[in-house]
Ligand binder design. Structure first.
Ligand code: KIV
Ligand code: ZN
Length: 514
C-alpha cells in the first residue's frame, strides 16, 4: 500500500466558495476537526489578502499540533513575509508556505502579461526567498493542465532547484480529462529532474464534475499528495471532495493499493459540522454525505437491502460515522457526558466555549425532550457564530394571520445600546427582516433563504440559512430556534454582523461604529 498525503484546503480554497467565509473561531474549530479526522496538511488561508485571513492562519497554527499548517502566497515578497509572520511560532517541520504563479499561455498573456523567462525568473527568485524562512515550500504552477508540457517541466525543475519540497499540479479550471491528467502526471514524473526527491501533489477543480476522477488518475500515475476539501467546497464548482476520494480508496482497495491517514468514521460528523458552520448544504444526492445516500425508495431495493444489505449498499453508514439519528443526551445529562459526546466527534472546545455549549444544551433539553447529534452540531456552530461584536436580538414580537397585514417589532442591542423598529411585510419573516433593516439602517438584498428541520419529529428545531448581498458582496448567516421566525431573525442579523465585522464597522467585542 502506498501512503497518499491528504492536503486539506477547506479553509483556503474551500472558503473561497461564495458565502462560505468563516470567522477566525470557526476556522479554528474546523481545523481541530480536520486534525482529528487525520489530514496530513491544513491549508489555513491566504494571509496577505486580509487581516481576518492573517489572524485565521495564525490562530489555526497555534491550535493544532500534528498536521503541517500551510498558507498561500503569490510570488511576491510581501505575501511570503505575511505567511512567515503568521506561521513563525510553529515548528519548522510543521509549517509550510505555498507559493504559486500561473504558467499557461492564456494566463501569461492576459493576466500576468509576462514572458516565459520572466515567470521562470520569478519562480527561482521567490521559491529561494521562501526557502530562507521555510524548510517546507510547496510550489504550484497555476493552470498547469493548460500549460505547454516542456515549459511546465522547466517551471517545476526551476522550483525544485530553488528548494521546493512539494510541487503541485493544479487543474485550476477543471478542464482536464482523467486519462489526460494521469498522463501529465506520468510525464512530469519521468521528465522533471529531481522530482523523485519531492512530493508530487495535485489540486483538481470540479467544473466538469471530474475533480475526483482526475485526482484518482493522478494517484494511479504517481502523485503522492492530493489537495481536497470537505464536501468538495471551493471556487466555482469546488474542489476534489475529501470524502469521495478517501472512500473510493477504501471501498475499492481491491484495485487501488493506496491508503490515507483519514479516520473515515469521522467523515460524516466533520461534513455536518462544516455544513452548519458555512451554511452550504451538500446536495441530497451528493456521494457519501448527501441526505439520500443510504435511503432506498424502490420496493425492490428495500426488499433487497432487508434480505442482504450488500445487494444495494457498497459501504456501511457506520464506515463514515453515519448512524441513524442517535439520541445524545437527556435533560439530566451532565457536563462530563456532554464533553465525552463532543469528543467522539473530534470537537475539542475551549472551557469558555464548552460552558456556552453546555448552557445552550440544557436550555434546549428543557424545551425539547430529546436532543440529537444534529442538535449538538447546531449548538456548537451557533456558539462559534455568536457575535463577538455587532447586533444581538433582544426581543421581538410578530403579529400575523390570513386576514391582516403581518407586522413585526424588534429590539436589538449593540454595544450596550438598544435600537428598536417596527415594520409591516408580506409575511411575518418579511416584516421581521424589514424591521431589522430599519433598526440597523441597512438595505441588504436577500439572495437565498433556506429553512429546514434539525433532526426529525414535530419538536425538531427550525434551522434557517440565508445569504445576503450587501454592497455587491455575499454574506451568509445561520440561525436555529424552535421558533422559525426567531431562527430567521438570528440568521439575518448574523449575516449583517459578518458584513459589519468584515468592513471594520463594529468594534471588537462591542458595538457598531456607526
Ligand atoms: O486552483 C488553483 O490553481 C489554486 C492554486 C492557488 C493552487 O487554488
Ligand atoms: Zn484551487
Amino acid at each position: 500500500m502506498r501512503r497518499i498525503k491528504i492536503f486539506d484546503t477547506t479553509l483556503r480554497d474551500g472558503e473561497q466558495s461564495p458565502g462560505a467565509s468563516m470567522s477566525v473561531e470557526e476556522k479554528v474549530e474546523v481545523a481541530r476537526m480536520l486534525e482529528d479526522l487525520g489530514v496530513d496538511l491544513i491549508e489555513a488561508g491566504f494571509p496577505i489578502s486580509s487581516p481576518v485571513q492573517f489572524e485565521g492562519v495564525k490562530k489555526v497554527a497555534s491550535s493544532v499540533e500534528r498536521p503541517v499548517v500551510v498558507a498561500l502566497a503569490r510570488c511576491v515578497e510581501k505575501d511570503i513575509d505575511a505567511v512567515y509572520e503568521a506561521l513563525k511560532d510553529r515548528r519548522k517541520d510543521k509549517r509550510m508556505v505555498h507559493v504559486f504563479i500561473a504558467t499557461s499561455p492564456i494566463h501569461r498573456m492576459y493576466k500576468l502579461r509576462m514572458e516565459k523567462e520572466e515567470i521562470l525568473e520569478r519562480i527561482r527568485k521567490y521559491v529561494s526567498y521562501a526557502k530562507k524562512y521555510f524548510e517546507l515550500v510547496e510550489f504550484s504552477a497555476e493552470d498547469a493542465s493548460r500549460t505547454e508540457i516542456p515549459f511546465l517541466i522547466e517551471a517545476y525543475k526551476t522550483a525544485i532547484e530553488a528548494g521546493a519540497t512539494t510541487i503541485n499540479v493544479p487543474d485550476t479550471v477543471g478542464y482536464a480529462l482523467p486519462d489526460e491528467f494521469g498522463e501529465l502526471i506520468r510525464t512530469l514524473k519521468e521528465g522533471v529532474p529531481g522530482i523523485e526527491n519531492v512530493d508530487l501533489s495535485v489540486h483538481c477543480h470540479n467544473d466538469l464534475g471530474l475533480a475526483v476522477a482526475n485526482s484518482l488518475a493522478a494517484i494511479q500515475n504517481g502523485a503522492t499528495q492530493v489537495e481536497v476539501t470537505l464536501n468538495g467546497i471551493g471556487e466555482r464548482a469546488g474542489n476534489c471532495a475529501l470524502e469521495e476520494l478517501v472512500m473510493i480508496l477504501k471501498v475499492r482497495k481491491d484495485k487501488l493499493p493506496f491508503e490515507t491517514g483519514i479516520r473515515t468514521e469521522l467523515i460524516y460528523p466533520a461534513s455536518r459540522l462544516l455544513t452548519h458552520i458555512t451554511g452550504l448544504i451538500p446536495a441530497r444526492n451528493k456521494p457519501i454525505v448527501g441526505e439520500n445516500v443510504f435511503l432506498h425508495e424502490s420496493g425492490i431495493h428495500q426488499d433487497g437491502v432487508l434480505k442482504h444489505r450488500e445487494t444495494y449498499e457498497i459501504m456501511k453508514p457506520s464506515d463514515i460515522g453515519r448512524s441513524s439519528e442517535t439520541l445524545v443526551l437527556g435533560r439530566h445529562s451532565g457536563k462530563h457526558a456532554l464533553k465525552k459526546k463532543l469528543e467522539t466527534y473530534g470537537l475539542r472546545l475551549s472551557d469558555e466555549m464548552f460552558q456556552k455549549v453546555f448552557e445552550k444544551f440544557t436550555e434546549l433539553a428543557d424545551r425539547k425532550k430529546e436532543v440529537y447529534d444534529e442538535d449538538l452540531f447546531s449548538i456548537v456552530s451557533e456558539v462559534l457564530r455568536e457575535p463577538i461584536s455587532g447586533y444581538r436580538l433582544v426581543h421581538f414580537h410578530v403579529h400575523t394571520g390570513n386576514n391582516l397585514i403581518p407586522t413585526a417589532a424588534v429590539v436589538l442591542e449593540v454595544g450596550g445600546e438598544k435600537r428598536e423598529a417596527a415594520e409591516t411585510g408580506n409575511g411575518p419573516v418579511d416584516a421581521m427582516f424589514k424591521a431589522i433593516d430599519k433598526a440597523i439602517g441597512i438595505q441588504p438584498k436577500l439572495e437565498e433563504y433556506i429553512i429546514q428541520a434539525v433532526g426529525s419529529g414535530k419538536n425538531a428545531q427550525g434551522e434557517v440559512k440565508l445569504t445576503l448581498s450587501i454592497n455587491g458582496e455575499l454574506f451568509s448567516g445561520r440561525g436555529v430556534s424552535t421558533d422559525i421566525v426567531e431562527a430567521s431573525a438570528i440568521a439575518y442579523i448574523n449575516a449583517i454582523n459578518k458584513y459589519l465585522i468584515a468592513k471594520g464597522l463594529v468594534k471588537k467585542g462591542g458595538g457598531a461604529n456607526g
